[in-house]
Design a binder for this molecule. Structure first.
Ligand code: NAD
Length: 540
């Protein structure tokens, strides 16, 4: 367990509603047969298992079979065979399966959400975001398949005589390595465009949250995707992740920046592409003309959704001097009024952290900051009375660069608040550090906010919203600048990363060499004149 509860509490946080039928402290949660039906999907022959526990009550959830390097090799063999047939199916067929998945996920959301909550301890309303995101992603790619993947005509070098087409060819077998924080959607969402583009997938979800990922695999099969097209292996990232990278045609990784750098090096050694969705230390700017009540409401979601264990959640807040006191009073009041609980029920505003390690990291960041002079404006305590890894939503003031929580990602429900005097200064401070994932700006002047957004070095910027506006707008790319990542999920970029573009040019009548007895020198003159003419005609 974590360090003892610190004594610098900033305010009360009450327990969520209690329903005896769903008592989170009940001895056991999931039927063993149900767990078996999921874990059977893991390709694992070692005989070893790893026991996982629920953050809701600490009770055992499952024994997860562990995969060996040979299992990973077998997973790739099966996936390659399945991919060869899959790549020959029509795009319309693949798109229709995605749309079927959309319906399945919405129909089965209660089961999905229960499993996510048992595995991660998050509040039910935050678990709902996961099937929601998969449904959005499945519908989007299902409906836009042709737009992204149809062969496209391009300008030929000789108008009318050079016909050029670009095909989108599947990479082959994509390896997906995913984290625990959004265990259902992070295991699944990046794989949907990979499948649509004609690839197979071998996935290694985080060890703590295999069940949600396995339910995703089951739903894919129920939607009609061939079983072998989606392989699941389990085990430590340093072993099983490395086995995947040594065989995949492309890697999609979501996780910490430190691991992302290791993976990038391994991919470079094999000259395979990768997309890396990594950490952040995301800033939220509250400008002097912000609607204070709306900004305070948004800030609560920005900082405390999924107990802050969200790559795009806000950990740094810059508030205009003119409204600082009024805004902070409202933000702190809303934070202190949050209902906190480890529960399967709707109605709690924030759930648990995932593990003792995660709780230790949060306790360390807050206690160290307080010891060095930071002030707790709300929260600031672990709450073992509510669940083994519960921690209060916490607002800190007076955070300085010598404190870990100033620049390091906490990945917990802790936000540091700073005053700013002019907006240029706020933008400069928002741009400090090595990360560049997500930012948020609250202002009633949309034009001004968009001008500032263009100056912020983050892959997504939300105006008058925390993160949902960009994250759920799946037609636009999502990802990080600087050490927050490489490549993008969602939109065209989110699917084209899984394809090789192949240019096919058909030449008619003339050739790219002297013709009709022309000398090389004459040919050069004709081509030079031709280039000049093309420019005059305005051709690209
Ligand atoms: P992590 O990097 O420790 O683990 C992520 C995954 O990588 C797990 O499946 C893990 O088993 C695997 N892994 C670990 N070491 C590996 C190695 N050497 N080789 C191959 N695989 C390895 O990250 P985490 O702590 O589980 O997740 C939290 C981090 O993820 C945070 O930094 C968060 O910001 C980030 N995240 C980013 C996004 C995004 O979209 N940018 C989304 C969710 C989480």
């Amino acid at each position: 367990m974590s360090a003892p509860t610190p004594s610098h509490a900033g305010g009360p946080v009450v327990e969520g509603p209690h329903d005896p039928e769903h008592d989170p402290r009940a001895a056991y949660a999931l039927e063993p047969e149900y767990v078996d039906s999921l874990t059977r999907r893991i390709l694992a022959s070692s005989g070893e298992t790893r026991q996982v526990h629920s953050p809701i009550n600490g009770a055992p959830l499952a024994n997860i079979p562990q995969s060996t390097d040979r299992d990973v090799a077998e997973a790739f063999d099966r996936a390659r065979r399945a991919q060869a047939a899959w790549a020959r199916t029509s795009l319309d067929h693949r798109a229709a399966l995605l749309l079927r998945l959309h319906d399945l996920v919405l129909d089965r959301q209660d089961e999905i959400i229960d499993l996510i909550v048992w595995e991660s301890g998050k509040a039910r309303k935050h678990a709902f975001d996961e099937p929601l995101h998969i449904a959005l992603t499945a519908r989007y790619y299902g409906r836009t398949a042709h737009e992204h993947l149809d062969t496209q005509r391009k300008l030929g070098v000789v108008p009318g005589l050079t016909r050029v087409e670009v095909n989108r060819v599947a990479k082959g077998v994509v390896g997906i390595i995913s984290p625990w924080n959004y265990p259902f959607t992070m295991a699944l969402c990046d794989g949907l465009p990979a499948l649509l583009a004609g690839n197979a997938v071998v996935t290694k979800p985080d060890s703590q949250t295999m069940l949600s990922a396995l339910l995703g695999a089951q739903l894919l099969e129920e939607a009609g995707f061939p079983k072998d097209l989606w392989q699941v292996v389990a085990g430590p990232g340093s072993k099983v992740g490395t086995s995947i990278i040594s065989r995949a045609d492309y890697i999609c990784f979501t996780g910490s920046t430190a691991t992302g750098k290791l993976i990038a090096k391994q991919c470079a050694d094999r000259l395979i592409g990768c997309s890396l969705e990594l950490g952040g230390k995301n800033p939220i700017l509250v400008l002097r003309d912000a609607d204070i009540e709306k900004a305070a409401e948004g800030a609560v979601r920005a900082a405390f959704s999924n107990a802050g264990q969200l790559c795009v959640s806000m950990e740094r807040m810059f508030v205009a001097d003119a409204i600082y006191d009024r805004f902070l009073e409202r933000f702190a009041a809303r934070t202190q009024a949050m209902t906190l609980g480890a529960s399967l029920d709707w109605g709690t505003d924030m759930g648990s952290l995932i593990s003792a390690d995660q709780l230790d990291a949060v306790v360390h960041h807050v206690d160290e900051a307080v010891a060095k002079g930071a002030r707790v404006r709300a929260g600031g305590r672990a709450r073992p009375d509510l669940g083994p890894f519960m921690y209060e939503p916490t607002i800190l003031e007076g955070v300085t660069p010598d404190m870990a929580c100033f620049g390091d990602e906490t990945f917990g429900p802790v936000i540091s608040v700073y005053r700013f005097h002019d907006e240029a200064d706020a933008v400069a401070r928002a741009n400090e550090g090595q990360y560049g994932l997500n930012a948020s700006i609250y202002s009633q002047d949309g034009k001004r906010a968009r001008e500032l957004a263009a100056q912020i070095k983050c892959g997504t910027v939300n105006i008058n919203e925390a993160f949902g506006a960009t994250f759920a707008s799946v037609d636009s790319p999502m990802g990080g600048m600087r050490e927050s990542g490489m490549g993008r999920r969602q939109g065209s970029e989110g699917i084209h990363r899984y394809t090789e573009s192949q240019s096919v040019a058909t030449q008619r009548l003339i050739r790219f060499a002297p013709m009709l007895g022309m000398s090389d020198a004459a040919y050069a003159k004709v081509m030079t004149a031709n280039l000049r003419l093309m420019k005059k005609l305005g051709r690209a």
